[in-house]
Structure formats: structure tokens, C-alpha cells
Design a binder for this molecule. Structure first.
Ligand code: ATP
Ligand code: MG
Length: 567
């Protein structure tokens, strides 16, 4: 390919809202163009990279025995009514009517489509397992589309769905997908981690995420310094902390104007660990909303995803002062003694059997001392807390710390949630009708374009990995008006092409050398060959984009040198 014939509109202008390097550089280097909030067009360079990633994903999925299909981007809302998800998908799912008034949605994911495809076509255990996948556009009307390709509204996803006659076979496929995903991210040249993930309200034991490690990642990953334990903070566990406080009799004490844990602990001269914090939220359910109280140790923080899952809610939002009052609760003094009847509450499991605790008295300016949780009956304990840095690993006792990750993939053991709801069954070996056991497996293909750059860039621009680079080599003809330079550039271009090296020739007549070099650095091709002053002596310079080191080399040797480097 020649620059003079290609469309690479590089620019010095950074979009106003672009805080991430990948967002800035992909726009500035002419890979993508924004047309609306969270909506991007791929220009030629961007399309090459996207297709490269897509091909790596496709090859590995095919290797693993999955079959590629394509579902309609538009699906009838009736399918979502069958599964019940029309009520739970919220406003992320974009709905619209056609001219006849029939309701449709732009696919945010395709479990319903795949069940609809397989239902009544596969009827016997003999035809299982089956794994169907597609690489197709998704639309999610994200509340805050941001960070360029990282969190778009329209984006490209690989989504796969598997069907099995037993849980054991699902686990086999799940493990196969974990291995397949590892191969994909390794091939892409990425530093990544497989982490335990939140399984959401769907439950089920198995859900793993694949995170590209990057300081700009939106997700917090908890990792152990001793063993291989890694988990999204939404699902991370720690070894339970044990405390031993001397016990006394339950006692109500006045704590004037002590609303926060700090104030109460200081006033009563106890550690925060000896207090119970009440976090009051408004929970949104399918059927409506309700005020809910989560009790955690005063030194701990509530993990919101865990809290949502503990009560099977759709989401939690802040409760207003009036809503808290109307629920019979006393903000700042809410506790487990004399809690208003019919209050929905959950207690963190590390508080089970705790005694000698300080908690609110459900009365302005009063707390209780020496509260023993064993005095409670029929209460629910769930894991609610956010693991902190320095906590101990529950697997090995090692020290846990945080790192940031970009979620690039998610695999999930679904079980029979969708098949049951949509009445999609098969006959088992005994001739009994059973719903399919399913798994689902996603990869953010367009998000990966950005993730590669988040992990591989410097202050000048992108640095593509070898498997993702739009072209491996950029031949920069320093002054294209000089005949010997133009001639040698063309010659090397032909040689590299004959050697199957993806090469672009910067043959622009009117661009100065500095401009061409700037484009090379911004776009981030792995190598450049500069054909300049010493062209007449048959000498060129080889530049490594990663280190920006230059090597003078004979034009006769540069092709074999490049072949050696990219081997
Ligand atoms: P997130 O937590 O980042 O919102 P998710 O859990 O909603 O993602 P999944 O439903 O698991 O995402 O989708 C599978 C994959 O699709 C994700 O692992 C991610 O790589 C990608 N993805 C999800 N949402 C977006 C988006 N808005 N823009 C780009 N890629 C996305
Ligand atoms: Mg996910």
C-alpha cells in the first residue's frame, strides 16, 4: 500500500473529551472517526486492525470446534418477552417500532436469538454439544459512553453460546473456552489476567473475566502476591478477619451528634472494627422499589455489586432523606436493635457471631454498646464487603493488592435460565424432556483495538503489537522528489511485499521528512525504513517504533533483517 493512495487523515487535534491515550491516538492517527456519542466509524487503518483481531478470534473459535453464525442486529421484542428480559434489560436496550407498530430492539447480546435458532431444531442429546458464535455489532445505550472504543454504544463483540445435555459437559466447554481465550490474548501480544468474576443475579458457579492489565482500566482486580488468585473486586474474597473484644451487657448510650463511624468510634473510644455500619439504599426490583439496609463492620466498605446480588435487585440507588424517614429509619443511627419491623436488611457474613459491637439504636443521638449478633434470629448473612489492599488471600494467606484491568472478555456458565424460560428442550438418554444446559462467551473485539493501545503506547503515539499492526513496515522516503530515494524506496517496497511482509510506502511528494516521521510515530507501525541522504550509497536506516532506536544498514540486508526481527 502507498500513502499517496491511502486514506490516513492524521491530525494534531485531540478530541476534547479524550482522556485516555488510546482514545486520543486512535482519533489523531486516523484509525477511527466519531459520529455520535459512543458511535465510531472505522477508517482504513482502523478497519485493518479490527479485521486482524477479528480473524485471530475467529481462527481460535473455529479451532475449538465452534460454528460461526450471524444473528440479526435487529431482533423482535417478542423474543425478549419470552425470556422475561424485556423487563430487566432497562434502558440500555434500545427499543423501537416499525411502521406497523411492531416492537423491535437493537441487539445488546443474543441469548434469545440463539435459543430461538436451536429450539426445535436440536431435539436429542445425540446432537449435543453445540457451540454457535458470531462476530457482530451490538448496541447498548450506555448511560455514560466514554473512552472512545472502550465503552461505545455501538461496538463489535464476539458472542458464543453453547448447548449441552449435562452440567459436566458445560464445564468441559467452559474450560476449553478459557484455554481458547488465553490463546487469543497471547496471540494478540497482550499482558492479561484471568479473574474470578461476579456471576450476577443469574447465579451459577462459573464466571470468569479476562482483563488486559492497564492503569487506565475501569475495573479493579484483586490479586494475590503468593498464589494465582485473581478476582474482580465485585467478586473478590478474603480470609475472614477475626476480632476478640471483651464482652459486657447490652447498654444504650447517648452519642450526641455522632452520625459517622469515625464520630461514634472516637466518642465511645473504640476501634472502628468494633462498630457496625448501616448503609441505607433504595433497591430497584422488577416489581418496584424498596428501602434496604446493609450492615457491615465499621472498618469495611460495602461492595455494591455484591449488595445488589444479595437481594436479587436490578440496581441500587441513593435513598432520599424523606424516603429513609418514611421507611421508619433514622439515618446516622440505624442499627440492628429495635430496627423498624418489615425492614429489608442483609448483614455481612464476617459479622456472624460477632459480639460486643457498637451499633445504632434507631433513635436520634443514641447507640448501643455490647451488642451480640447471636441474639438475632432468622437473619440473612451474605458476603457484602469490598476486599481491601493488604487483606489476606483466602486460598493461601498471601497479601492481596489491587491492579487495574480492562475487561476484554467474559465467559459464563448459564445453566438452563434461557432454555427453561423459552421452553427449549431436548430428549435425554432416558427419553426425558429437559431444558438445554447453556454457556455463553463474549469478547469485546472493538474494545480490544483500544486495549492494545492502552497497553502499548508512548507520548508520541501508538505502538502496535506485531499481530495487530495495520502494516509491519513503513518505508519513509525522506524526499520523494529525489529520484534515487524514490527509486530505492520502491525497490525495497517490492522486495518486502515479495517476502510477504505487510508494508506501506510513504511516497508522498509534498510531505517533509519530519512530517512523515511524525506520522510513523503517531500511527505506530512496528518498524520504519528511512530512505534518505545515503540512498546513493545504498544505505538506509531501520527504526524500531518501540525503542525508537535507529540502525544504519545496507539496503541489501534490510529485508532479511526485518524477516529476522518479525520471526
Ligand atoms: P462492562 O462491565 O465493561 O460494561 P459487560 O460485563 O456489560 O461489560 P459483557 O456483557 O460481558 O460486558 O460483554 C462481553 C464483552 O463485550 C465485555 O467483556 C467487553 O469486552 C465488551 N463490551 C461490553 N460493553 C462494551 C461497550 N459498551 N463498548 C465496547 N465493548 C464492550
Ligand atoms: Mg462482563
Amino acid at each position: 500500500m502507498k500513502f499517496s493512495r491511502f486514506f490516513i487523515p492524521t491530525t494534531k487535534e485531540t478530541p476534547n473529551d479524550a482522556s485516555l491515550p488510546s482514545h486520543q491516538f486512535l482519533v489523531r492517527a486516523g484509525f477511527v472517526s466519531q459520529t455520535g456519542a459512543g458511535i465510531y466509524d472505522f477508517m482504513p487503518l482502523g478497519k485493518i486492525v479490527l479485521d486482524k483481531i477479528r480473524k485471530i478470534v475467529k481462527d481460535e473459535m473455529d479451532n475449538a470446534g465452534a460454528c460461526e453464525v450471524q444473528f440479526g442486529f435487529v431482533t423482535p421484542l417478542s423474543l425478549w418477552e419470552e425470556s422475561g428480559r424485556d423487563l430487566t434489560m432497562g434502558s440500555e436496550m434500545l427499543r423501537f417500532k416499525d411502521r406497523k407498530g411492531t416492537n423491535f430492539v437493537l441487539s445488546p447480546t443474543n441469548e434469545e436469538s440463539v435459543v430461538n435458532m436451536v429450539k426445535n431444531r436440536i431435539t436429542s442429546y445425540k446432537d449435543l454439544p453445540l457451540h454457535l458464535y458470531q462476530i457482530n455489532t451490538k448496541f447498548r445505550d450506555e448511560a455514560r459512553p466514554r473512552f472512545g472504543l472502550m465503552r461505545g454504544r455501538e461496538f463489535l463483540m464476539k458472542d458464543g453460546y453453547s448447548f449441552h445435555s449435562s452440567e459436566e459437559d458445560l464445564v468441559r466447554e467452559f474450560n476449553l473456552m478459557e484455554e481458547t481465550y488465553k490463546k487469543i490474548y497471547t496471540k494478540l501480544g497482550l499482558d492479561f489476567r484471568v479473574v474470578e468474576a461476579d456471576s450476577g443475579a443469574i447465579g451459577g458457579s462459573g464466571s470468569k473475566e479476562f482483563h488486559v492489565i492497564a492503569s487506565s482500566g475501569e475495573d479493579t482486580i484483586v490479586v494475590c502476591d503468593k498464589c494465582s488468585y485473581a478476582a474482580n473486586i465485585e467478586a473478590a474474597k478474603r480470609s475472614a478477619k477475626k476480632y476478640d473484644f471483651s464482652n459486657g451487657a447490652l447498654e444504650k448510650v447517648e452519642t450526641p451528634n455522632c452520625q459517622t463511624i469515625e464520630e461514634v468510634a472516637t466518642f465511645l473510644n473504640v476501634e472502628k472494627e468494633q462498630t457496625i455500619k448501616a448503609v441505607i439504599k433504595k433497591a430497584i426490583f422488577k416489581e418496584g422499589s424498596k428501602i434496604v439496609v446493609f450492615f457491615v463492620r465499621g472498618s469495611d466498605e460495602l461492595e455494591e455489586t455484591k449488595a445488589v446480588n444479595s437481594i436479587d435487585a436490578l440496581e441500587l440507588i441513593d435513598a432520599t432523606i424523606d424516603e429513609i424517614k418514611d421507611a421508619g429509619l433514622c439515618a446516622g443511627y440505624c442499627g440492628l436493635v429495635n430496627l423498624a419491623k418489615d425492614t429489608l436488611f442483609v448483614i455481612d457474613c464476617e459479622l456472624e457471631n460477632a459480639n460486643s459491637m457498637v451499633c445504632g439504636a434507631n433513635e436520634e443521638n443514641f447507640h448501643y454498646k455490647n451488642f451480640d449478633l447471636n441474639s438475632l434470629e432468622n437473619v440473612v448473612y451474605k458476603d457484602l464487603i469490598a476486599v481491601k489492599e493488604g487483606d489476606s488471600c483466602s486460598c493461601c494467606g498471601g497479601k492481596l493488592s489491587y491492579t487495574k484491568g480492562i475487561e476484554a472478555g467474559h465467559i459464563f456458565q448459564l445453566g438452563d435460565k434461557y432454555s427453561k424460560a423459552m421452553n427449549a428442550n431436548f430428549l435425554d438418554e432416558q427419553g426425558k424432556t429437559k431444558p438445554f444446559i447453556m454457556g455463553c462467551y463474549g469478547i469485546g473485539v472493538s474494545r480490544l483495538v483500544a486495549a492494545v493501545i492502552e497497553q502499548n503506547h508512548d507520548e508520541k503515539g501508538c505502538i502496535w503489537t506485531k499481530e495487530t499492526a495495520p502494516f509491519m513496515v513503513d518505508i519513509i522516503v525522506s524526499n520523494s522528489k529525489k529520484e534515487e530515494e524514490a527509486f530505492l524506496g520502491e525497490k525495497l517496497y517490492k522486495e518486502l511485499k515479495d517476502a510477504n511482509v505487510e508494508t506501506i510506502l510513504d511516497d508522498r511528494i509534498n510531505a517533509r521528512f519530519g512530517f512523515k516521521m511524525g506520522d510513523f510515530e503517531l500511527i505506530g507501525f512496528p518498524y520504519a525504513i528511512i530512505v534518505g541522504k545515503r540512498a546513493s550509497e545504498n544505505i538506509v536506516e531501520l527504526v524500531d517504533r518501540k525503542t525508537l532506536e535507529k540502525l544504519e544498514i545496507s539496503a541489501n540486508e534490510v529485508v532479511s533483517k526485518i524477516l529476522e526481527l518479525i520471526k
